[in-house]
Design a protein around this ligand. Structure first.
Ligand code: APR
Length: 276
C-alpha cells in the first residue's frame, strides 16, 4: 500500500478526520451492472426510442410517464437481482473498523451498499435510490418502498402492463409515482440527495478515495475540490483515466491508482485493520 496513504490514514485517526469514499458505477460493474459511459453503458444504449439524456428527465416523465417507467423498470430489473461484490463488502468492513471516521458518498442507485450492510447514517446516496418511489407531483415528499407487486424477473424493456401502471400511482393523490432518482434536468438538494451533509463531510475529510467514477457530475467534482482546498489527500482508483486524473496529476495531495475497485478495497481493509 502506498506509504503516503498509510501516513494519511494514521493522521486521520489521530485527529478525528473523516476517511471518505466517493464511488460510482465502476464499483458495481463487478456485480454485473452496466456502467453509464462504458462500452455497453446505459448512456450509450439508452432506450429503444430515446437517448438516455432524453428519457432520464422530469420533462419526459411529465410528457410520457409510460416510456420513462418502461426504461426504469428494465434498469431496476438488473439491479434487483444483483449481489454486492467484494468491493461493497470491504466498504462495509471498513465502516465497521472506522465507525464515525467513515463516510460513504455514492452516486449508485442500485441499493448494493444497503444490501452489503453499510449504515444509513454514514452513507449518502446523492443520485437517489431505486428501492424507493415518490409522488411525481410532490403532493408530499414521502418516499415509498418500490411496489413489490411489480414483477422484475426477465423484464422486457419495451412492455409495461396496465396493472403495473396502477401500482405506480401515488397512494395520496392518485397521480403518477416516479422513481427516487436525480434526473438530468434536476438539481441536487439536501432533502432528497443530502447535499449539505455531503459537503460538511467533505470539509472535514483528511483523505478521500474516489472509486470507479468518470467524474461527469458536479457534486462529486465539488467534493474533490473541497477536500483539496482543506489540505486533504485525494486518491483516485480507476481502471482508466477520468475527469479527476488530470486534476490530481499535478497535485501534491493527489494520488492516482489504476486498479480495480475490489482489489484496492481488499488491500485497504487489510491495512486499516492492522492499526485499529
Ligand atoms: N474498478 C474501478 N473502476 C472501474 C471499474 C472497476 N472494476 N470498472 C469501470 N470503472 C470505471 C470506468 O473506467 C469509469 O471511469 O468506472 C467509471 C464509470 O463511469 P460512468 O459510467 O461514467 O459512471 P459514473 O461515474 O458512476 O456516472 C456518474 O452520471 O449520469 C450520471 O446518474 C449517473 O450516477 C451516474 C453519474
Amino acid at each position: 500500500m502506498n506509504e503516503r496513504i498509510i501516513e494519511k490514514l494514521k493522521y486521520c485517526l489521530k485527529y478525528e478526520k473523516k476517511i471518505t469514499f466517493l464511488v460510482g458505477a465502476g464499483l458495481s460493474a463487478e456485480s454485473g451492472i452496466p456502467t453509464f459511459r462504458g462500452k455497453d453503458g446505459y448512456w450509450v444504449s439508452g432506450s429503444k426510442n430515446y437517448k438516455a439524456q432524453e428519457i432520464g428527465t422530469y420533462k419526459m416523465f411529465c410528457e410520457n410517464p409510460e416510456e420513462v417507467w418502461k426504461w426504469f423498470l428494465y434498469r431496476k430489473s438488473i439491479t434487483e437481482f444483483a449481489k454486492p461484490n467484494t468491493g461493497h463488502l470491504m466498504l462495509k468492513e471498513i465502516e465497521d473498523l472506522l465507525k464515525d471516521n467513515f463516510a460513504l458518498i455514492s452516486q449508485n442507485i442500485d441499493g448494493l451498499h444497503t444490501k452489503a450492510g453499510n449504515s444509513k447514517e454514514r452513507s449518502f446516496f446523492i443520485h437517489g435510490d431505486f428501492d424507493y418511489v415518490r409522488c411525481g407531483y410532490e403532493c408530499s415528499k414521502e418516499l415509498y418502498p418500490f411496489p413489490k407487486e411489480i414483477n422484475l424477473l426477465n423484464r422486457n424493456k419495451d412492455v409495461i402492463t396496465e396493472e403495473e401502471q396502477r401500482y405506480l400511482k401515488c397512494p395520496k393523490c392518485g397521480k403518477n409515482l416516479r422513481p427516487h432518482v436525480l434526473w438530468f434536468d434536476e438539481y441536487y438538494d439536501d432533502y432528497y440527495y443530502k447535499t449539505d451533509k455531503v459537503l460538511k463531510a467533505a470539509k472535514n475529510t483528511g483523505i478521500l478515495f474516489i472509486i470507479g467514477t468518470s467524474g461527469a457530475t458536479n457534486l462529486p467534482q465539488t467534493v474533490c475540490f473541497t477536500v483539496l482546498s482543506k489540505g486533504g489527500t485525494v486518491v483516485e482508483i480507476n481502471t482508466e483515466e477520468s475527469y479527476f486524473s488530470e486534476i490530481l496529476e499535478n497535485k501534491q495531495n493527489g494520488i492516482i491508482l489504476r486498479e480495480k475497485s475490489s482489489d484496492f478495497l481488499t488491500e485497504l481493509k487489510e491495512e486499516i485493520s492492522k492499526f485499529m
